[in-house]
Write a protein that binds this ligand. Structure first.
Ligand code: MG
Length: 418
């Protein structure tokens, strides 16, 4: 090393030491002085949102690259939460995805960062950062999550109709078969069952139980044996009803019975699981690793189903999957996202060992199917019941802005980023 180089090193070291007074300065010094490889230097310049059925987030950078993310369900107030994140995002290096996530999460511990809208909004930002990071590095996101274990992700079709008296039911079931799906799901809870005695209490009587079983029987009769069937009770019923249903449904050999009781009491869910051989699935209303820890530790589930656009984003979902894998529990994420969020979920599922199947929710009615096909520039990403994981940089699916803007929720802001 020349004298000049040594002087320069000491000068830089002195600069770094002076910066120790602030953690931000230390981080910047580490990045500029000690980076062992020539990675692109990027800064976040803006974050903006749009709202269709889901909350879409776009993160802008000083190199002109943008990243798209998506949050679902718990996002009605998400745009204002993300506006609050803006001060912490602008100026940051978007490649430090997990550091940004952890900073936003821990800085919000008194603002609801444990669950709900805060985490769903944060999930959308996190996904946009991965998209941006992948584009900056020229790599598909699965490569940044540990690499690919499978090339395509098995999808299941959430049903639109499952009642044998509905003249359109057979037509829709034929569509599930024709589209090549190997699994389907139906909802059997019914708040409007005419036999219900009470509008508030959810103890199902014999007639309601018969109606629920008949829906499953009808689907099982209508679908070929090779197509597996899952059943959702939407976390409504009491433990007694849930146990009865889990036992009554045993002959149908379900792929799973989903949220037979509300998600808050994990001991109650474990009671249901231990009462029958029907596999129990839960998790679309559970957030972060911290939410899934107790579900797994108490052996309350056979399958976990985090919603990746809601539970914390892509790396958090990978961490949840890894935790579940230590209990030999597979993951079947909930998903009602657009093709962008769906493909983002597929990058996680490509990278984990315990991937079971991913949800698809857009088959019914016909206009939803039409929206699905036009939402992204890549068109329909599902082929014969599978999504081939995109190999393009980032998520690999780009929003068809001109089309999606027409679906925007009235009054919501459309991306106005710089
Ligand atoms: Mg569900």
């Amino acid at each position: 090393m020349s004298i000049l180089d040594r002087r320069s090193l000491f000068r830089n070291a002195g600069g770094a030491l002076a910066s120790l007074l602030s953690l931000g300065g230390l981080s910047a010094a580490v990045q500029t002085q000690m980076s062992p490889y020539r990675r692109p230097k990027l800064k976040i310049t803006d974050v903006q949102t749009a709202f269709v059925r889901a909350l879409h987030v776009r993160v802008y950078s000083d190199r002109g690259l943008v990243g798209d993310g998506e949050g679902v369900d718990a996002v009605s107030g998400g745009a204002s939460i993300i506006a609050g994140f803006r001060y912490a995002l602008v100026g940051q290096d978007p490649l430090n995805v997990d550091a940004i996530f952890e900073r936003l999460r821990t800085s919000g511990i008194f603002a609801g960062a444990q669950a709900g809208q805060y985490v769903a909004a944060l999930s959308a930002v996190e996904i946009a950062l991965w998209d941006l990071a992948g584009k900056a590095l020229g790599l598909p996101v699965y490569q940044l999550l540990g690499g690919k274990m499978r090339d395509r992700i098995r999808m299941y079709c959430d049903s639109g109709t499952d009642n044998r008296n509905d003249p359109k039911a057979k037509e829709f079931i034929s569509q599930i078969i024709d589209l090549g799906f190997t699994a389907a799901k139906i909802d059997i809870d019914n708040a409007n069952d005419p036999e219900r005695f009470d509008r508030v209490n959810w103890t199902a009587n014999n007639a309601e139980i018969e109606h629920m079983i008949d829906k499953v029987a009808f689907m099982r009769e209508s679908l070929p044996k090779r197509i597996e069937l899952a059943v959702d009770m939407h976390g409504r019923y009491d433990v007694g009803t849930a146990k009865r249903m889990a036992r009554e449904l045993e002959p149908f050999k379900l792929l799973w019975l989903e949220e037979p009781v509300p998600p808050e009491n994990i001991d109650a869910l474990r009671d249901v699981r231990e009462s029958s051989h029907t596999p129990i699935c839960c998790g679309e209303n559970t957030f972060l690793r911290h939410g899934f820890r107790e579900l797994l530790e108490k052996r309350a589930v056979d399958i976990i189903m985090p919603d990746i656009q809601k539970c914390g984003g892509l790396l958090e979902a990978r961490k949840i999957a890894d935790m579940a894998h230590t209990y030999y529990v597979p993951m079947a994420p909930h998903c009602q996202a657009s093709p962008i969020g769906t493909m983002a979920s597929c990058h996680v599922l490509a990278a984990i060992p315990n991937c079971l199947v991913l949800e698809w929710h857009w088959g019914h009615p016909a206009e939803r199917m039409s929206q699905w096909k036009q939402y992204a520039r890549e068109g329909d990403i599902i082929e014969k019941g599978y999504v081939t994981v995109a190999d393009r940089p980032g998520i690999g699916v780009e929003m068809n802005d001109d089309y999606v803007r027409k679906l925007q929720r009235p009054g919501a802001a459309w991306f106005a980023g710089k």
